[in-house]
Design a binder for this molecule. Structure first.
Ligand SMILES: Cc1ncc(COP(=O)(O)O)c(C=O)c1O
Length: 411
């Protein structure tokens, strides 16, 4: 594979060594250009765009994305980001009548943890936290930690498919199947799922899988989705009450669809439009999904996943040889395209970020765990170059005290 050539199909500034897809991913050229063309239509003929051009593109985007992740297209709708998606599902399921425990883990993305805490406070629900083993040898250890806490009273289980801070990949299918047996609703934070591994949502069987397209899939910013199971079909609520709320526009001349799941005039169904349509907004990132998937097919998704893993192995060896302690399991089933190492916990996160960017022009993921550890995370996508990783590893050639004084200059 000519990875240097494929790299040119992603919009990457030559001025920055971008080793972070986990916070925000760069966009594929093809998807970016498609979204830009659509934005021009939207800007110059808005009526025509929303009423006549966008509906068939939206239907196509939904169908193609659903096929890509093996999910029923009448049970999938777009959102602008995974934060909105998780808020929408959580607020639909936890309200004033909610009685029970919300189970989550100690490695969730910070603001998503806040969301569940706010919700629990508001409605008097209990939150319980699973302590995930830090460096498990196999998925059994993780499953045990989940199984122990899936006790009576637990109604909702919220967890990440891929842990943001450490890159650990959880055995999602086994966790969802265990929860299903116990009658627990599973809400998965799949922010890092699409584009880091092939997804078969039918097999995974989550009640709701919420995910971003603008991280690892490299879709234009503003693309995310909720794929839900039949069991939630009557339970999900829109974030915003808009024209989708009650069938069509409530205009008598517009015939109502025959069923909630029949195709409508807007590239949706009555059920999906109610959940998806948030008033006038920029839907171009959603419409560009087929062009992004076309790019993935052309490059070869299996080759991309294999390249991510090959690069992750290369990076793991190089950084670990610098004496840094790795925080991502070695087992290939429990790791993917992100690997993390621990930095001295007394280092200031913002100072490290500034030091790496202003002194070295390197972007990495940096996360402070609730338990205090500071982790540096490297993302390896198909476009990551060995020379970029080598540049980062060379920065860590110096001794910790020497680095400490350098970092201190960026406080
Ligand atoms: C695990 C996880 N969840 C949620 C988010 C939030 O993503 P967004 O800002 O696109 O909603 C992130 C972002 O990095 C994440 O890593």
């Amino acid at each position: 594979m000519n990875w240097d050539y494929f790299r040119t199909r992603v919009l990457l500034s030559p001025e920055v060594n971008n080793l972070n897809c986990g916070s925000f991913g760069p966009s594929m050229v093809r998807g970016h250009e498609f979204a830009a063309e659509q934005r021009l239509q939207l800007a110059s003929r808005p009526m025509d765009f929303y009423l006549r051009l966008a509906p068939s593109l939206l239907a196509k985007a939904r169908t193609e994305l659903s096929a890509w992740i093996n999910h029923n297209p009448t049970r999938l709708f777009f959102t602008n980001n995974v934060s909105t998606a998780i808020n929408q599902v959580g607020r639909s399921l936890v309200g004033s009548g909610f009685r029970g425990v919300i189970l989550t883990t100690d490695l969730e993305y910070g603001c998503m943890r806040w969301f569940w805490e706010v919700l629990a406070n508001q409605f008097g629900a209990e939150i319980r936290t699973i302590k995930i083993p830090r460096m498990p040898e196999d998925s059994g250890e993780i499953l045990d930690s989940f199984a122990k806490e899936m006790t009576e009273g637990v109604k909702i289980l919220f967890f990440s498919h891929v842990i943001s801070a450490t890159g650990m990949v959880l055995p999602i299918e086994e966790i969802c199947s265990l929860a299903r047996v116990k009658g627990i609703t599973t809400i998965v934070d799949g922010a890092h799922g699409p584009g880091q591994m092939a997804l078969d949502l039918e097999k995974i069987g989550a009640s709701a899988y919420c995910a971003n397209l603008h991280k690892w899939l490299c879709s234009p910013t503003g693309g995310a989705f909720i794929a839900f199971h039949d069991e939630l079909a009557e339970r999900l609520e829109p974030v915003t009450i808009s024209w989708g709320y009650s069938g069509y526009c409530l205009q008598p001349e517009r015939k109502n669809p025959i069923s909630q799941d029949d195709p409508d005039l807007f590239g949706s169904t009555a059920r999906l439009r109610r959940l998806e349509f948030q008033g006038t907004q920029d839907v171009c990132p959603w419409l560009s999904v087929p062009s992004v998937l076309e790019e993935w097919r052309e490059i070869g998704s299996d080759a991309i996943y294999a390249r991510q893993r090959e690069m992750s192995g290369f990076t793991r060896d190089l950084m670990t040889n610098r004496g840094l302690e790795v925080w991502t399991p070695a087992n290939g089933k429990l790791s993917g395209a992100m690997t993390a190492w621990e930095l001295p916990s007394e280092w200031n996160l913002e100072a490290v970020r500034n030091w790496l960017y202003y002194k070295h022009r390197i972007e990495v993921g940096l996360n402070r765990l609730p338990s205090g550890e500071l982790l540096l995370r490297v993302s390896n996508h198909f476009f990551t170059q060995k020379s970029e990783v080598e540049q980062l590893s060379n920065v860590f050639r110096k001794s910790v005290p020497d680095l400490m004084s350098e970092v201190g200059d960026y406080l």
